[in-house]
Design a protein around this ligand. Sequence first.
Ligand code: BGC
Length: 903
Amino acid sequence: MAVLLWPWLARAATVGDLRCEHLVDPQGIDTVNPRLGWVVDSDVRGDAQTAYQVLVASSPHVLDRGTGDLWDSGKVDSPESIQVSYQGQPLGSMRTCYWKVCIWDQRGNASAWSRPAQWSTGILEQGDWKAKWIGLDPAAPADGSRRLAARWLRKEFAADKKISRATVCYSGLGWSELYLNGERIGNEVLSPALSDYSKRVFYVTHDVSSALVQGKNAIGVVLGNGRFFAPRLDKPKTVTYGAPKLLLQLHLEYEDGSVEDVTSDTTWKLSADGPIVANNEYDGEEYDARREFADWSSPGFHDASWQRAHAVEAPGGVMSAPMIDPIRVTAAIKPVSVAEPSPGMFVYDMGQNFAGWCLLRVKGPPGQRVSLRFAERLRDDGTLYVDNLRSAKVTDLYTLKGGDRETHEPRFTLHGFRYVEVTGYPGKPGMDAIEGRVVNDDLERAGEFACSNPLINQIYRNVVWGVRSNYRSIPTDCPQRDERQGWLGDRSAESRGEAYLFRNNALYAKWVQDMADAQRADGAVPDVCPAYWPFYNDGVTWPSSIAIIPGALMDQDADRYLLARAYPAIAKWLNHQIGLLKDDIAMRDTYGDWCEPPESPELIHSKDPARKTAGPLLSTTYLYHCLELGARYAKILGNAEDEKLFAAEADRIKQAFNARFYRKDLGQYDNGSATSYILPLAFDMVPEGERQRVMGRLVEKIMKENNGHGSHGLVGGQWVNRVLTRYGHGDVAYAMATQTTYPSLGYMAARGATTVWELWNGDTADPSMNSGNHVMLVGDLITWLYEDVAGIAPDADQPGFRHVLMRPTPVGDLKSVRAAYRSFYGLISSEWKLDGEAFTLDVTVPANATATVYVPAAGEAAVTESAGPASQADGVRFLRLEGAAAVYEIGSGSYHFRSTTGR
Ligand code: BGC
């Protein structure tokens, strides 16, 4: 048996014959009912938990004694092993809770206790914040510069007794780093998480007991602009909040039982004359090493020339713990080559497009200025192609202090790049002069996928890098140009596939909260969230993320709590949209099926009306789907009234939609664009009896008219592969997935892309919108690869992969597929091989979960499991023949099926 503390996943240890996991123990969470989870890990077929007991204690010793002074659940007869809500003593701020669990199996045997795990609370009540916001106003320098100098803040204090425990909670906006007694605290970067600061402000918590001493101590904080001071005047105008500011509370517990708080206030000292002369996420950071303050965050630093910090206004938002893994430097990348396209200009190729920055190593005279500029592509002459970065200046400057070799990394900027131009370098830089730093939300990998087709493997790799580059406490559209916004439409259904790549549930739950925060009083949800670009257009497709994503998280992780929390905002948005209907048709739409492949190479958007899907068709189908989801959520939450209302609205919309758009004489929707078929099919809106015909038109469109290529944009693309496969046309999805000609993801890969482009024709389109690192065109490819091709899908009726739907689908010329996914219950894997008519399938189902397995077979008799007849195998139950598959029910364990497909 294993233990994990939701939502962080863990490592293994062995307890008797049951193995045990527990997590990176989260610090500073701000929920009073954290959810606990553990992995029941066993090799026995059909193993499952029948009961559990959780102990939560206020100290490790108490827990060790087997006492749960905060919560002793007693033996609870329940199979639940994930999302188990803490039901103990009410918790106060800044408390550490230690816990462990034991379980009982079906034979009534109890496991040993798990290894202890822990969590700590942050500041639970707004009133528990005693600190004051401090900084330096006014914000804007007279020249209107966007690159403000960093603010350095410090405070010394004496702890005259022995400290038993010290906890710091702080928020340095836009971004900050904390130091205690000369040491950096934590390794998160670009912290805290992004938010609309007028609604919500994230703070970070650290246990700093070992960083403090009895006697003199010093605190140092450096503040960068981030998105807080973001006066971009380019269109569209970005919301900006003011000058960087700090709120910090350090809670000291002494060995004698007394406590003391050191808080930010106007006794702190501040300087804006440090080495970070200018910083801006988009434009870069300017660092002058000659201006460094030696030992500024240690006691005894001479700060007489520093000014007193000003008391400044609070940003306005609710103080919250982010409850997501922070952004960190997650990898280092060495350049693969360097060229000198003009004298003194060195251009490095990092071999991979990614988000981050570079570490610089340099030795030279004081005052020498080295410049680093970043781009995704090169021009033919070997210099940087920066036309697609629009107003982002992407330049980091480093001025040497002289002497020994200097190494430097910027703190408060981010670039999306593959190529780095170095100028001003003293002499000729070697290959080790720079090193890439990959920067993104530090999420665990959730799954693995590989198959016999190298192109699909390459595309998969490109998608992983694309997703990774766009995780920064929100999912962004791109990391390189002057945009980097959380566009809702790009991720509504696409995010479901990302969940197989990274354990992103907490990140998306946070983003849903951002959406609820951004919702207007009338129910409108913006297109971008946080609404740094405040677009409230009242279309349906982009805001639909607020309704779609919680359902995906429910399927994936059984996250009923998120659903309950988000439901009021979802219902409000649905009602708002119902109010905008005209004759049961949703008329408003802003972006169409964004980025359908255009007819000529330089275009961003098609000008041909025959290629475009009508706005009301997109909005109406999406609203129908969201109302159906709304009815499902209302049912889960026991809200019968809403369930009825949303179902009835959906029904009315479906009638009106078919009356308006379906041309029965032709079997065609509206103008017959691909997406006009995809959406009604995907959402089950096509009248019974017409479905095969409509699907036939879609297949004809893809295979005949477009020679095996898609002609959808980002909206249709989020459903197309799955709906084709559902109707038995997985081969058509495979044809699209394996193209290397325009338009296709393979076309990008064949042209050397290491990520995914924004546009199908990203190599030839107008540079005003051709990012090389966008994930919106990925659509449902990853969902399809895992759920359909490999056959690892959740069952909405027993969510969180408690029951797995394993329906592997051999498609095209694929000979083998290997996929694994780490659900909250544990590892699920599916590996199949096809050799002529011989099919083998190896599956693993974690303990406490079950699966329905579809084995492609000519008949039941054609299937064996571990060399014997499948229907008689231990733990295998034959259910039925369905289509060309024999269907079995299995419990946990590993199984080896063989069959003859008869094809
Ligand atoms: C963004 C897309 C977004 C679109 C909608 C583009 O600039 O990069 O991600 O969905 O705008 O207008």
